[in-house]
Design a protein. Structure first.
Ligand SMILES: *Cc1c(COP(=O)(O)O)cnc(C)c1O
Length: 368
């Protein structure tokens, strides 16, 4: 059993992926070829966002969004510590200061009620993460941002395709930043990402930053990066879009089935999905006591698992100077209990049954 089954997906899409790649090899425009624009047009139509700018990775998408906002060294960005390192890493790389706000114990997303208390005269932006594939309380976050004149950057690396009150993740705030890392809900065969915005000026800034800050060839108007997404990777995503809607339906079905099958497992808590939104289950994550023993029993039963994430960022050495290890108690508690189970659009019902049965006995073995 695979944790994320990319082989079955390739088998299903092989003719279109191979043809798309071959077309790029034939025309030879490896950088900014026609597939780049084609993908940007399709993704902006899909999300309902005015602009899509493809970039080299999800990390680059976050960094370019922050750079486009034109902030001053030491300005503060409010975010969550219960996320992948890239979220806070890009804030520091942009010369800004991350301010960590704890998460909700049931959704694992930033707790919007705690944000306002952390706003200072230096606060410039809020960067919520749509963790595991579910958007955070974006209405509340946008309202706080509007009141204080802040930008909102959604770290949507795990939530491409998710719905929030009928609207798509990535099109809900100043910027939406996503990743096409192979195991994300929409992935390429290497690194890739995209930035979304409705703001024409910010979109132009992001496009220039993506190519070393050039407003015209060899006219470097602003500081930039080498942040383009390869034509070949855009071609792979274009092929994968052919069955993406089907994959989203499958993910929803498999997620709902997990929810039913896990409902009566003692000592296990599921991540809550709020009624006004859905999850694309980038990770199918549950909370268990005695995780180490449970995970070992699952490994022994041939069920691959992962932990997203074993330490909140406020406990990581690289960020120690920017926060207190005693803060964000909910995040620290979750980091000890979360466990991610196999999930992909091609997961079979029988493999899913195997996972649930193994999890049930692993929990009993581990002592409830
Ligand atoms: C994957 C991920 C990123 C980074 O994306 P890359 O494409 O790997 O650079 C950023 N934030 C979160 C929450 C992620 O899961």
């Amino acid at each position: 059993m695979q944790f994320t089954d990319l082989k079955a997906q390739y088998a299903a899409l092989k003719p279109s992926i191979d043809a798309r790649i071959q077309r790029v090899l034939d025309h030879g425009q490896y950088i900014m070829g026609p597939e780049v624009q084609e993908l940007e047009a399709k993704l902006s139509a899909f999300t309902g966002s005015r602009h899509c700018i493809t970039v080299a990775s999800g990390t680059e998408a976050l960094l370019i969004a922050l750079m486009a906002l034109d902030l001053k060294r030491g300005d503060e960005v409010i975010t969550t510590p219960f996320t992948f390192a890239a979220t806070a890493e890009t804030i520091l790389l942009a010369g800004l200061e991350p301010v960590f706000v704890d998460v909700e114990p049931d959704t694992c997303n930033i707790d919007a009620k705690l944000i306002e208390a952390e706003i200072t005269p230096r606060t410039r932006a809020i960067m919520p993460v749509s963790l595991y594939g579910q958007v955070a309380d974006m209405d509340e976050i946008n309202a706080i941002a509007a009141k204080h004149g802040l930008a909102v950057i959604e770290d949507a690396a795990q939530s491409f395709g998710a719905l929030y009150q009928g609207r798509r993740s990535c099109a809900l705030s100043t910027f939406g930043a996503t990743s096409f890392f192979p195991s994300k809900p929409l992935g390429c065969y290497g690194d890739g990402g995209a930035l979304f915005t409705d703001d024409d000026c910010l979109a132009q800034a992001a496009r220039e930053i993506r190519v070393h800050g050039q407003s015209a060839r060899y006219t470097h108007t602003r500081l930039g990066v080498g942040g383009r997404m390869d034509t070949l990777q855009c071609a792979v995503v274009l092929a994968k879009l052919e069955r993406f809607e089907w994959e989203l339906r499958r993910r929803a079905e498999i997620g709902a089935r997990y929810q039913r099958l896990l409902a009566d497992v003692p000592g296990l808590t599921q991540v809550t999905v709020r009624p006004d939104r859905n999850s694309v289950y980038a990770q199918l994550t549950v909370m268990v006591e005695h995780r180490a023993a449970g995970q070992a029993a699952l490994t022994a039963a041939g069920v691959p698992t992962a932990v997203h994430y074993p330490k909140p960022l406020n406990l990581q050495p690289a960020y120690a100077a920017h926060c207190c290890p005693e803060c964000c108690e909910v995040s620290r508690g979750l980091a000890e209990r979360v466990l991610s189970l196999p999930m992909s659009a091609d997961l079979t019902a029988s493999d899913q049954d195997t996972v649930v049965a193994a999890l049930r006995s692993a929990i009993v073995q581990a002592g409830g």
